[in-house]
Design a protein. Structure first.
Length: 321
């Protein structure tokens, strides 16, 4: 059984979480179609990590990150966040976690390695125009500047300093040990809880500053590129109150949803790959014990997403407040 809208987009109903009883929901679909799943203005915050260009392939048709050129990649990223703009509240925020990479040197494929099988690529993009072999691409800032040009307020660049980075084999440059976290907003004024952000701090990391030292996940979730909950939680508590809705349009293994569950927020994630959808739903299963983090300072009551039903629409029910 499926719903089909007038643009030919089909969504299998039996692959969706139960919308009436699931406050932490994973939907199998394309991030570019986020408006087909979520009501306008219903999301308070977005925390996400989009696929990086030319870094790995997940084998999906028309997947973001496997485009032939950076310009095509940036166009797809712009399209995703244009849709996100419409479902985000006017005082909402977006946190984007993204790392940099190097040109392929016109090597047209990449073998897998023992630790990172998903790094294998049958087809790698050519060296972009204006760049040379072995050039650092500057991808995070290309994304940030594109979204800024689209109308987003670029409010902060946070450095995620990895205390245990993955070793590299290169010997002619320092090894990478950081990624960027960009904070963006729709409006000049937006919700931001400075006190809640400080409550998450420890002797090792000051989240009220723009360098966050957080270790890479030591355990395996089954996803190629998971990020730690400790990186997500400060973003969540700074931008939302208990019960408010958070979106991750590139849900992966559901790490953002798991953080939301522990912090008493509601969540919807969009994920393209069926295997990741199943993995994320397993991690977010209702049997998992809910825990409220001590870094919550908000006191608003928890609420659940309600259905926004449109009897004249052929689009699946959407979340709203």
């Amino acid at each position: 059984m499926s719903n089909l809208n007038n643009k030919g987009f089909a969504l299998s109903v039996d692959k969706m979480s139960n919308p009436e009883c699931d406050p932490h929901r994973i939907i199998e679909g394309d991030a570019r179609n986020v408006e087909r799943f979520i009501a306008r203005g219903s999301v308070k915050c977005v925390v996400t990590s989009p696929p990086y260009w030319g870094l790995r392939s997940y084998g999906a048709v028309n997947e973001i990150g496997s485009e032939a050129t950076i310009d095509q990649y940036l166009e797809n990223i712009s399209r995703v966040f244009s849709a996100v703009w419409n479902v985000l509240a006017d005082d909402g925020t977006v946190w984007i976690i993204i790392g940099d990479s190097y040109t392929s040197g016109n090597r047209r494929y990449r073998h897998p390695d023992k630790k990172h099988i998903s790094r294998a690529m049958l087809t790698r993009p050519r060296t972009p125009s204006g760049l040379k072999r072995k050039d650092l691409i500057g991808l995070p800032w290309k994304v940030a500047f594109r979204l800024q040009a689209d109308g987003w307020f670029l409010r902060s660049d946070i450095i995620w300093h990895k205390s245990n980075p993955i070793p590299e084999s290169v010997k002619d440059r320092p090894h990478q040990s950081h990624e960027h976290i960009f904070l963006l907003s729709k409006s000049e004024r937006y919700q931001f809880n400075w006190a809640a952000l400080q409550e998450c701090e420890s002797e090792k990391v000051k989240f009220s500053r723009n360098v966050w030292t957080v270790s890479v996940n030591a355990g395996s979730t089954g996803h190629a590129a998971p990020f730690p909950l400790e990186l997500v939680k400060p973003c969540v508590v700074a931008s939302t109150d208990i019960g408010e809705l958070i979106l991750d349009p590139f849900a992966g293994s559901g790490s953002v949803g798991l953080a939301c569950k522990e912090l008493g927020r509601t969540f919807v994630g969009i994920e393209l790959l069926e295997e990741n959808v199943q993995l994320a739903r397993k991690r977010l299963a209702p049997s998992r014990v809910d825990m409220v983090s001590p870094c919550i300072t908000a006191s608003s009551p928890e609420s659940r997403p309600r259905l926004n039903e449109d009897k004249n629409s052929d689009v699946p029910s959407t979340l709203a407040y």
